[in-house]
Design a protein around this ligand. Structure first.
Ligand SMILES: Cc1cc2nc3c(=O)[nH]c(=O)nc-3n(C[C@H](O)[C@H](O)[C@H](O)COP(=O)(O)O)c2cc1C
Length: 227
């Protein structure tokens, strides 16, 4: 029996609340050996395009790398950026002291997982880079910077939520931007005209049971009526 090409994509039975609270940065549970159909990646981009964008300009572009050699080249740039990041005391995820034993344990687990991703990034069946057409640097109005990335990053998060719904794992990453020109060169991106937002690996996850993580009490971050 052949599969019905018009059948809807199977999605996980998650409530909206579960989707929002269990979409984790997946690094150690990415199944590098299972191919990801292009149709699924396209569906995630379709969801991303429903996100807000400044002046409704839909100013988001996605470079989706599946070619193994290019994945390897991009992952090499990522690793070079990660090596710099790892030396940054107080910035590197494993050097941040949360001032609490349980939180520090979670932080160290995340650091090991980030190290693991850096070593294995090239093995993900797809690497996706969200881009904003334009640059907003130097002496430009702050609103231009906010609008530029603000028109792409919500879409990227929607991409990740849509991926999770389809059994795919993602992890928001940025350290390739320490070597921005090198990353742009690998991808053929005109670095003077396009801003790269985030890079994520995409792969099916090993298991689909992800849980909410430790987070601050909402009252500690809310400023009612004024800062
Ligand atoms: C702006 C930003 C940059 C990030 N850069 C990286 C990165 O370069 N590498 C990485 O492994 N994770 C990166 N992360 C992922 C964070 O480590 C992750 O979101 C955080 O630890 C929470 O993980 P959790 O959702 O699994 O709890 C980044 C996240 C954000 C929002």
């Amino acid at each position: 029996m052949t599969a019905d090409p018009n059948a809807p994509t199977p999605t996980l039975p998650l409530s909206a609340e579960q989707l929002l609270t269990t979409t984790r940065a997946v690094r150690k549970r990415l199944d590098f050996d299972r191919p990801v159909p292009r149709a699924l990646l396209r569906e995630c981009v379709e969801a991303a395009l429903q996100a807000p964008s400044g002046s409704n300009r839909w100013a988001m572009q996605f470079v989706i790398v599946t070619d193994p050699e290019r994945r390897r080249a991009l992952a090499d740039v990522y690793r070079a950026g990660y090596a710099l990041y790892r030396e940054m005391d107080g910035v590197y995820i494993g050097s941040v002291d949360k001032g609490d034993e349980e939180l520090n344990r979670q932080q160290q687990r995340t650091a090991r997982s980030a190290d693991h991703l850096a070593e294995n990034m090239h093995r993900a069946p797809a690497l996706v880079v969200a881009c904003a057409p334009g640059r907003a640097e130097g002496d430009v109005a702050p609103i231009r910077k906010t609008t530029l990335l603000g028109s792409v990053l919500p879409g990227m998060w929607s991409f990740m939520l849509a991926a999770r719904l389809r059994g795919l794992g993602t992890a928001w990453t940025t350290v390739h931007l320490f070597k921005e020109q090198d990353a742009a060169d690998v991808l053929g991106i005109p670095n003077d005209a396009v801003t790269m937002g985030a890079l994520t690996p995409v792969a099916f996850t090993k298991g689909t049971d992800f849980r909410p993580a430790l987070r601050p009490d909402p009252d500690s971050v809310i400023h009612w009526d004024r800062w």
